[in-house]
Ligand binder design. Structure first.
Ligand code: IMP
Length: 201
């Protein structure tokens, strides 16, 4: 049996190894703990991509917080509008609370921007974004990201909760997928991703 996690299948190029992820997530946990010390903090994690990041992040924090999840999916007919369908809404009210929106990756920024507006309509005391990865080269909208793990280049990544066609979420690191010549690019991936992936050695 080929070991998927150690890349014996040769499908991935590691972009961020597990130890760097752990270090950075721990740093983010400390930053957030300092910023929200003594405040009523509601973590809102966006499914599915942020579930592993959120689980590690809250364990790196040493202040009280609640955690709730929102499931979203893009509309097939308008995938790049940023308007998303809420497939699972929050269980608790966020009115009057300090919300931290936890995202796996900000790409064009349209999804996070839409979510920010949706959450603000529910009258929280504040809403801030915490994103593990920032692909700022593809940003279409100006978005404040006060808590950011890593800036990454314009490549399609998987692992640590992030998927390609629902696979690769269980990789303990962040990897760039190696696409074979004839393979279709992931949704949101650009032609340069395909070129990059072909060049992975
Ligand atoms: P945005 O609206 O363009 O910022 O897209 C954000 C969403 O697209 C993320 O929450 C991910 O679900 C997905 N996404 C964007 N880039 C990647 C990637 O490189 N790998 C996996 N998912 C991605």
């Amino acid at each position: 049996m080929k070991n998927f996690l150690t890349n014996e299948t040769g499908l991935q190029k590691v972009l961020i190894p597990q130890n760097r992820l752990q270090e950075r997530v721990s740093g983010l946990g400390q930053e957030i703990s300092q910023a929200f010390d003594g405040k009523d903090l509601a973590i809102v994690a966006i499914l599915k991509g942020s579930f592993i990041f959120a689980a590690d992040l809250i364990r790196a924090m040493n202040i009280q917080c609640s955690i709730d999840f929102m499931g979203i999916s893009s509309y097939v007919d308008k995938p790049s509008s940023g308007v998303v369908r809420i497939t699972k809404d929050l269980d608790e009210s966020i009115a009057g609370r300090n919300v931290l929106l936890v995202e796996d990756i900000i790409d064009t920024g349209l999804t996070a921007n839409y979510l920010l507006h949706t959450l603000k309509q529910r009258k929280p005391a504040s809403v801030d974004i915490c994103a593990l990865l920032d692909k700022s080269a593809r940003r279409l909208i100006d978005l404040p990201i006060p808590y950011r793990g890593f800036e990454i280049p314009d490549v399609f990544v998987v692992g640590y909760g992030m998927d390609y066609q629902q696979h690769y979420r269980n990789l303990p690191h962040i990897a760039i997928l190696r696409l074979n010549g004839g393979q279709k690019a992931p949704p949101g991936a650009t032609e340069s991703d395909q070129a990059n992936n072909k060049n992975v050695s």
